[in-house]
Design a protein around this ligand. Structure first.
Ligand code: ATP
Length: 519
């Protein structure tokens, strides 16, 4: 059917509906339905405009309406027209709110995406089609979002997002936000910022995480698909809960940190024997908060200026990890050989006369006392003169001006080897001991590996775990040996019995063997 005939027919149908509609409300419902059913997309916007003009004339509700037009780009010609951040944010926000069960018509595309564990998957993207609208209630005010096709504000070169209606030529898609005029302040002061914030949250949640490793003065970035989460982490449940609560509180406290004038950062010191899950915990923290990881290897930082560049080059919402700090900066190997004596505030000169580095412009202060850099193998040099204390002061100073959320994590196998300056209050906010595999940690592993909550071998394993020091890594390794829970658990039981035997003093061993012989 040719477009002009379609147009005439639909306008006739539209007139008929107007004449027969008993009330303005009935008219509005019918007009919307008819527009959706009958009109080609290009006429829908005009019909919507006519309908709203008529409903205003008919005095529907008697309220003055206000409409904000949100274009993809700033209106006005000229070079350098900026993208309109609200347009992108509104699309993201609406995509997260649109409910396919509640709408007659919706745009849908599937985009390729990675799932949280690195596997390939699909990401669903919902969007409003031109001519359609949806409502959103906020603080008791009803806001209506509508997508309309409009002449381009200038070139229409904005690229479409994957699968969404794009723009091109002289047509553009515009989002209209309408509400009762009396709520203009709510819309401008609270609803629009709320939409921006909610969109940022969604993007943060959906984006692919990165792990970044230092290379000279810059970071080398790769996708981060570590499967560890707080669900898979085997550790004391109470400690796990307190870490999650601490992270959540931190992430929600932007205003708090601003008010008290402190850098929005939090420091965690993870310590414990090798194989107890310190690296897994860091990965779980990153996955929980959806933060990127910056794995700083101080052995490859040879100049203080490089360190400065690296820290400046970190993105917001990230975790800076320095592993095995006892290896890269051994504070006890100072020239005078004494442990630092002073404790107290973190301002002013620190124990090593590093000076107050909280001025963000200050270069990393050289340590007066020489700290011998030491790698795990005692052979890799670290940045000259860096002390952990100086490093922390420097980071504090640098980060305090950015106002961005950052977490710093130090890991070590030997807490007792650390510079006491690092351990004093206010330096590392939370000290987390990752210990040997206890009963609760084992149960988490058994659940992860075999989906079992109980087994006939559990009582024996529980008793053995109370006597034997074994890391979660070693237990995981035993559980991996078979897909059959019974076989794997029996293997673990034998392994624990053997460890128990090995740990026993010889006299006790022969005593037990004699007892066993008598029996
Ligand atoms: N607490 C744990 N919960 C779940 N899995 C664990 C845990 N601890 C260790 N594992 C398993 O053992 C492997 C090694 O652990 P991980 O590297 O996290 O230990 P680590 O404490 O960081 O060791 P290191 O001190 O040597 O760096 C992990 O990939 C994981 O499979």
């Amino acid at each position: 059917m040719e477009p002009s005939r379609v147009g005439r027919q639909t306008v006739d149908a539209y007139r008929k509906a107007l004449a027969t509609a008993a009330s303005a409300a009935a008219y509005a419902v019918m007009a919307r339905g008819m527009a959706r059913e009958l009109l080609p997309p290009e006429l829908r916007a005009a019909a919507r405009w006519a309908a709203s003009a008529l409903s205003a004339r008919l005095g529907m509700g008697g309220r003055e309406r206000r409409t904000l037009v949100v274009r993809s780009q700033q209106a006005g010609g000229g070079v350098g027209r900026e993208e309109n951040l609200l347009f992108d944010a509104a699309r993201t926000y609406l995509a997260s709110r649109l409910d396919p069960r509640a709408m007659h018509r919706l745009g849908l595309t599937l985009a390729r995406a990675r799932d949280g564990h690195g596997g390939a998957g699909w990401r669903r993207v919902l969007f409003l089609e031109p001519g359609d609208s949806t409502v959103d209630d906020f603080e008791g005010v009803r806001f209506t979002w509508a997508c309309v096709e409009a002449p381009s504000a200038g070139g229409g070169k904005k690229k479409a997002r994957k699968g969404e209606p794009g723009t091109g030529g002289d047509r553009d898609f515009v989002l209209e936000l309408s509400f009762d005029a009396e709520h203009t302040d709510v819309a401008m002061d609270r609803y629009v910022p709320f939409v921006m914030g909610a969109a940022e949250e969604v993007e943060q949640r959906d984006r692919e995480l990165k792990i970044c490793m230092n290379e000279g003065r810059s970071w080398y970035r790769v996708s981060h698909h570590h499967p560890a989460t707080f669900d898979t982490l085997a550790m004391d449940p109470e400690l796990k809960r307190s870490i999650i609560a601490d992270l959540d509180l931190f992430a929600s406290r932007r205003d708090h940190y601003r008010r008290i004038g402190k850098a929005w950062k939090r420091g965690y010191l993870l310590y414990g024997p090798p194989g107890t899950g310190k690296s897994s915990l860091v990965a779980a923290m990153a996955n929980h908060l959806r933060y990127d990881l910056f794995d700083l290897d101080l052995a490859h930082v040879h100049m203080n200026t490089s360190l400065q560049w690296l820290l400046i080059g970190m993105s917001n919402r990230s975790i800076l990890v320095i592993e095995d700090i006892d290896c890269c900066c051994d504070a006890m190997s100072r020239e005078d050989g004494k442990a630092p004596a002073r404790t107290g505030d973190s301002g002013g000169d620190d124990e090593f006369g590093n000076g107050n580095a909280s001025d963000s412009d200050a270069p990393l202060p050289p340590a007066k006392s020489k700290i011998k850099p030491k790698s795990k193998n005692d052979q890799v040099p670290a940045a000259e003169g860096i002390t952990l204390s100086g490093l922390l002061n420097f980071i504090d100073g640098l980060w305090s001006t950015s106002g961005e959320e950052r977490i710093i994590v130090f890991t070590t196998n030997y807490k007792d080897r650390l510079d006491p300056a690092l351990l004093r209050p206010g330096r590392m906010d939370m000290h987390v001991y990752m210990g040997y595999c206890g009963w609760e940690a084992f149960r988490t592993l058994a659940r992860n590996y075999f989906l079992v909550d109980d087994h006939e071998l559990f009582p024996e394993i529980q008793a053995l775990l109370a006597e034997v020091e074994v890391t979660p890594a070693a237990v995981s390794e035993m559980l991996l040996r078979s897909d059959d829970a019974g076989v794997a658990l029996r293997g673990l039981k034998e392994f624990l019995e053997e460890k128990k035997q090995q740990a026993m003093p010889e006299a006790k061993q022969s005593e037990e063997e004699a007892e066993a012989g008598k029996a």
